[in-house]
Design a protein around this ligand. Structure first.
Ligand code: GLA
Length: 390
């Protein structure tokens, strides 16, 4: 696996300047792009993300005491906390503290460390910069404190940190793929059993991430509200989670619902339709990858976007525009919004030999339509959290 050695050299140099010594451990954890399976994770369903070559890196050195001191090079800010008296505050270091807290609650004995931190996962773009930060932090603690890397346990700790410490009731997808992905593969996860499989990507395609340059606040409340609607729908169906309802059962119940006037509000009904059909699409997507069939996979991307736009209502104008522009390109098999939505990124599946041309054309047409600049990244499937080998 190739790493950007310039970035490593800079990181080491920055550590020397800040802490006047050599860092002994460099770690990294990737962001992700979700290929398909949106808003299915907290409904105990299926997801198919891929770790990307945008990541968070920390160069660090153990300390003799129980303090953690970290400098964010990108924000030029320093944060320091004591493992024996963690207190809530605001800002990026809450992710580190949340992970430290959850690790300790789970029974891990932690040691202190000092480090410098940098990253190139765009923030607030739906590419999981926070999960990358959580998993890089967990990896740092594992190395310093000498415990083995149990990827799925670390993912659960990251998820709990985000929900209990930071307050976003997210699912397990982002942390799981950042902790456990394999370079060159997509990552299929059953969010109920937490079993996962590495799935080969179609051979001659590129995965292209399209950043609309829009960000929206208030995502957390809209996110938590969708989650409640899904739980209401699950209660209506009498199941633990929407994962337990098949497309056929949904359609059957749909007829009865109208005949018997059984009550489930239209909004929750639409949310459920998205989740139930999306779960089915993920399973079909896995099959199409095994068949090296980008045409079917692309079609599933398009259907997923329509469902997220009409039924789950988490797109915005910019996302709809960029997806439409992408879908119109001859080299594109399919495109959809990715991540939590309301702004941020879309993902497109593109014929590899035409990926650069595609990127150019989408940039130009999106600018003409929206007046905004898109950032386009051709992504590589990268490895989950690891110690950087130099
Ligand atoms: C965010 C959350 C994930 C998942 C997606 C939507 O990325 O962190 O757990 O719910 O939104 O699929």
């Amino acid at each position: 696996m190739e790493y950007n050695t310039d970035m490593n050299r800079d990181l080491k140099q920055a550590f020397r300047e800040r802490f006047h010594s050599e860092p002994t451990i460099p770690v990294r954890a990737p962001g992700r792009v979700n290929l398909i399976g949106e808003y299915t994770d907290y409904n105990e369903g299926f997801v198919l993300p891929m770790a990307i070559n945008h990541e968070v890196r920390i160069a660090l050195r153990p300390r003799a005491d129980r303090r953690v001191a970290v400098v964010s090079l990108d924000l030029n800010e320093r944060s320091e906390f004591d493992l024996d008296s963690l207190e809530r505050g605001t800002g990026w270091s809450e992710y580190l503290k949340g992970v430290a807290h959850e690790l300790q609650v789970t029974g891990y004995r932690l040691r202190g460390w000092e480090g410098v931190l940098t990253g190139d996962v765009p923030r607030g773009a739906g590419l999981s910069s926070s999960a990358a930060l959580e998993m890089a932090t967990a990896r740092a603690f594992a190395e310093v404190s000498g415990f083995a890397w149990d990827a799925m346990q670390m993912a659960q700790i990251g998820q709990r940190a985000e929900s209990a410490w930071v307050g976003v009731h997210c699912g397990i997808m982002d942390q799981a793929v950042s902790a456990a992905a394999k370079a060159g593969y997509a990552f299929f996860l059953d969010c109920r059993s937490l079993e996962y499989k590495h799935i080969p990507l179609p051979k001659k395609v590129s995965v292209v991430t399209l950043d609309t340059s829009t960000r929206r606040g208030l995502v957390d409340s809209a996110y938590n509200e969708r989650r409640e609607q899904c739980e209401r729908a699950a209660r209506f169906f009498g199941v633990k989670a929407l994962r337990d309802v098949s497309v056929e059962e949904f359609e059957e119940k749909g007829k009865l619902r109208i005949e018997n006037r059984e009550f489930l509000d239209e909004l929750a009904w639409k949310r459920a339709r998205h989740v139930i059909t999306e779960n089915a699409r993920v399973l079909q997507a896995v099959e199409s990858m095994h068949n090296d069939d980008p045409v079917t996979l692309g079609k599933l991307f398009n259907e997923s976007h329509a469902s997220l736009c009409d039924d789950f209502e988490v797109t915005n104008d910019a996302l709809n525009q960029i997806v439409e522009v992408a879908q119109r390109q001859p080299a594109c098999y399919g495109a959809r919004m990715t991540g939590a939505g309301f702004g941020g990124c879309a993902v497109a599946l593109v014929r590899r030999e035409s990926a650069d041309e595609f990127a150019q054309a989408v940039g130009t047409e999106y600018r003409a339509r929206s007046g905004m600049e898109a950032k386009v990244y051709v992504c590589q499937a990268s490895e989950g959290a690891s110690v950087i080998k130099e």
